[in-house]
Design a protein around this ligand. Sequence first.
Ligand code: ATP
Ligand code: MG
Length: 256
Amino acid sequence: MSAVADTPEAERLEARGVQVHFAGVRAVDGVDLTLEKGHILGVIGPNGAGKSTFMNALSGFVRLTAGTVSLGGEDVSGHSPQRMVKHGLVRTFQEVATFPDLTVLENVELGALGAGLSRRKARARALELLGDMRLDHLSRLYASSLPHGEERRVGIARAVAVAPRFLLLDEPAAGLNDAESDELAQTIIRVREDMGCGVLLVEHDMRVIFGVCERIQVLDYGKSVAYGLPEEVRTDRKVIEAYLGKHGADELVDAD
Ligand SMILES: Nc1ncnc2c1ncn2[C@@H]1O[C@H](COP(=O)(O)OP(=O)(O)OP(=O)(O)O)[C@@H](O)[C@H]1O
Ligand SMILES: [Mg+2]
């Protein structure tokens, strides 16, 4: 698998003071984030914390109320999703995994075509990627016929076929069993190693988060309430409160 050419400016995805307000809802309320190429950053937080909206803001799917997004030092705030892809930022969605009526190979090929490759090269890249991601035995099957876990991994393969510098994944482990989640975690680690891209992982499955992330950022009510190493975040009082409420956090501490 070929990595995208490294240039010094190509190393960072940065958000500064990002706000996304809907009528009456401050879904994202002044969030900063830095994702370095080659790193895996987890973004966690309770339901409705603003994780997906923040990912939409980073990838051009929602208008910023305020703040900036920059890619490789270039201000890309307000760019369309297509332009973001051209800059090397590719994301997956919480619900959609694949095109069900296409085969696995065709799904991944589409990603490569989206990156501007010719048909022949797109097929070659798709075949190579499916091999790298240990999905080649599925290539002729229709995506709709796959178990959930494999369909999710095919969805990631399709995004990776675009050769991203930054890959944003929104809850890739949703609905997976433990074995499937472990396989997915291995896939994410392999993608980072093979492609050298930066991965932003929004996920509720803490096995996956703590299994793959070097740093974790925590959102609650649209704000960033913690950032650090997994072991720091795990024991952070504000994080425990975000999930359990103040009362629940008190009880947890009392139980120690
Ligand atoms: N298009 C929209 N219009 C109005 N409000 C919205 C819109 N999209 C999201 N919201 C609201 O913004 C807040 C953040 O939602 P978001 O989907 O970003 O949370 P999340 O952290 O991804 O949650 P989950 O873990 O359940 O996926 C919620 O209160 C949600 O209802
Ligand atoms: Mg979400």
